[in-house]
Design a binder for this molecule. Structure first.
Ligand code: GDP
Length: 184
């Protein structure tokens, strides 16, 4: 069997949008009922996707606002980002937009696999503040993948982490194809 592929991703987003709930549901298999607000925690899980086995480290952050600085540990050695907002909180959507700007400033434009996640889509329609289309358009403008989910759903939580693994492969492949062309 091929060697286990190691991937490390960071979850970013405004506090309380559901970053920990998504990570814990995926890693531990249940939606946490009374999880303490995160300072910072790294969760690990080994899983098989297609014919590959992955060891995924998920850095679950305390959350950011417009004044947060991202430490170097969120930049170096990181393969991809899961940027989360809540569909019931337009401010969290604005913060997600700002976080992308900060990431581009720190990392440059190339090779940045991102999944933009609109969480809490199980909440009643009247609580919605961000339309699905707005999320989709923002992700498109970043060249990122987009998912709208609920951390209460086991399938949704898994889908996010599968998607970021796929995005990392896709972006790395397009980067190496581009490099090949430069030397033709
Ligand atoms: P974090 O600060 O971004 O890590 O957010 P948490 O995971 O701690 O979640 C904050 C609150 O939102 C908690 O009360 C969670 O139970 C709740 N929550 C998280 N995800 C969802 C979701 O998809 N739907 C609903 N209805 N509540 C959620």
């Amino acid at each position: 069997m091929a060697p286990v592929k190691h991937r490390k991703v960071v979850m970013l987003g405004y506090p309380s949008v559901g970053k920990s709930s998504l990570a814990i549901h995926f890693v531990k298999g249940n939606f946490p009922k009374d999880y303490e607000p995160t300072i910072e925690n790294t969760w690990s899980k080994t899983f098989v996707l297609g014919s590959d086995e992955f060891e995924l480290d998920v850095v679950d952050t305390a959350g950011q606002d417009e004044y947060s600085l991202l430490p170097q540990s969120f930049i170096f050695g990181i393969h991809g980002y899961i940027v989360v907002y809540s569909v019931a909180c337009s401010r969290s959507f604005q913060i997600a937009r700002g976080l992308h700007r900060v990431l581009v400033d720190l990392r440059g434009k190339g090779l940045m696999p991102i999944v933009l996640v609109g969480n809490k889509n199980d909440l009643p329609a009247h609580s919605r503040e961000v339309k699905t289309e707005e999320g989709r358009k923002l992700a498109e403008s970043w060249g990122a993948a987009f998912l709208e989910v609920s951390a209460k759903s086991p399938e949704d939580s898994k889908q996010i982490f599968t998607k970021i693994i796929e995005e990392i492969d896709r972006v790395e492949k397009s980067f190496s194809d581009e490099k090949k062309c430069r030397f033709m």
